[in-house]
Ligand binder design. Structure first.
Ligand code: ATP
Length: 448
């Protein structure tokens, strides 16, 4: 590895390490099973992480289902094993695995660096490697008391198949006409060869997927519509638009089911990487399920002379964890001038919206603070903090991205007002106690 590459790697590791350390210290993300030494590439979301993730998922869910052409679903993680034969995952869901004979590192050939057109070890840069062999990424387990091949089932590697096998149930029960979509959020599992980069590539993760069913021949139109809609949604998270881009899949990159595919990429500290995929899956999935289940999955188009066909599917598939990592990385700001670290979240994603900070523990101040806290708590997530200097308390709130701090001081008792401190500008203003809840709620709603 060249000195330049080593320096770049150190900066990347530093940036991610700083973020991971802040996430642990402030209750966003912990290593899974930490007291047992940790489990590789599995993570637990702490009190603030789970709020942040719920806010992202909630925003996605609303954007998908608060419209009349998309319905929601929550299908089981465990599915009939034939599903994964039909989908092609048993045969094709593999990564090319390579071992380095020099340092024994194990990695994916398709993600490895190259030198003079040949892949080299990402750890020691050696070209002394084994041939690539295919490794299936699905986790296997057993259903029932007998551990034999007849009882083998899989943890789903994507949520999409649960949607496809329910296409007719949803269409019939909800009386949907094509075009329409089905949205689902749920866990997926992949036995990744080279997980890492914090929560970017993990073995257990959550997907937010929407499958849109349309008439054959209209798939390219829907692909364009959803591509644009998904990019707009990513921007609506408050992510810097110049750090988002499309990456079209070339013929060599296309998955076995796809006619066309675009990744939405974010520029992480370690480079541009996928956070969401938009795929034209054609009628591949329904055709295969029809073949393997021997059930007629054709749609009868009542609006078009009862025409029968297998719908074409546009898939939008975002990772909740990767999106959250992009949101975190984008929000992370080292404000050296003010000696503080700030998570500049968009207000609708911030896990805590308001902090109530009585200047001292005197009962007359606590009384006012407690009432404010309880009033706010009826509608939003709010924190109460009365320990440490006010400066330290502001820093703590900056580090978890709280948009507003309300300070109750001795003047409050006379002027019946509090100081509202704004996270990003650090500006402070005095707002009347009986107006402050409306003031903050309006500001949160109007956030740019
Ligand atoms: P990659 O090429 O990075 O492995 P992929 O193309 O296999 O990703 P898809 O199958 O398109 O990913 O999955 C859709 C989305 O699910 C991805 O954009 C990503 O956000 C998320 N995702 C996939 N694999 C993982 C993982 N191992 N850890 C976290 N999120 C993941």
């Amino acid at each position: 590895m060249s000195t330049q590459e080593k320096e770049k790697n150190t900066t990347v590791t530093d940036a991610l390490a700083k973020l991971a350390s802040l996430c642990k210290m402030r209750g966003f993300i912990f290593q899974s099973s930490e007291i047992y030494g940790g489990l590789g590439s599995c993570w637990d979301y702490g009190p603030l992480g789970v709020e942040l993730k719920r806010n992202i998922k909630e925003h996605w869910w609303k954007s998908m289902t608060l419209r009349d052409d998309v319905e929601g679903l929550d299908s089981a993680i465990l599915m009939a094993p034939r599903v994964w034969e039909a989908s092609g995952h048993v045969e094709n869901f593999t990564d090319p695995l390579v071992d380095c004979k020099n340092c024994k590192a194990r990695f994916r050939a398709d993600k490895a660096p190259k030198k003079d057109g040949k892949i080299i070890c990402p750890d020691c840069a050696s070209g002394n490697l084994t041939e690539a062999r295919n490794f299936n990424l699905m986790f296997k387990t057993f259903m029932g008391p007998v551990e034999d091949s007849a009882a083998t089932i899989y943890l789903r590697p994507e949520t999409a198949q649960g949607i496809y096998v329910n296409f007719h149930n949803v269409a019939t029960s909800m009386r949907k006409q094509i075009p329409f979509g089905i949205a689902q959020i749920g866990k997926a599992f992949r036995n990744e060869i080279t997980p890492g980069q914090f929560i970017f590539r993990t073995r257990e993760f959550e997907q937010m997927e929407m499958q849109f069913f349309g008439r054959p021949g209209e798939d390219e139109k829907w692909m364009e519509t959803w591509k644009a809609a998904r990019m707009e949604w990513q921007k609506s998270l408050g992510i810097n638009p110049s750090k988002l881009r499309f990456h079209p899949h070339g013929p060599g990159e296309l998955a076995h089911y796809a006619k066309a595919a675009f990744d939405i990429e974010y520029e992480f500290p370690f480079g541009w990487s996928e956070i969401e995929g938009v795929h034209n899956r054609t009628d591949f999935d329904l055709k295969r399920h029809q073949e393997y289940s021997k059930k007629n999955l054709q749609y009868v188009d009542l609006l078009n002379n009862n025409e029968r066909y297998l719908p074409y599917i546009i898939e939008t598939s975002a990772g909740a964890d990767r999106t959250l990592l992009a949101v975190l990385a984008d929000a992370f700001t080292e404000d050296t001038a003010n000696e503080r670290i700030v998570l500049k979240f968009h207000a609708h994603l911030a896990p805590v919206k308001v902090a109530i900070l009585p200047l001292s523990k005197k009962p007359e101040l606590e009384g006012v603070a407690d009432k404010l806290f309880k009033d706010f708590q009826k509608t939003i997530v709010v924190q109460y903090d009365e320990t440490g200097s006010i400066g330290k308390r502001y820093r703590r709130q900056d580090e978890i991205g709280t948009p507003f701090c309300l300070t109750i001081d001795f003047d409050t008792l006379n002027d019946k007002a509090v100081t509202v401190r704004h996270r990003d500008t650090m500006a402070q203003e005095r707002i009347a106690l009986d107006r402050v809840e409306t003031y903050v709620t309006d500001k949160l709603k109007a956030w740019g």
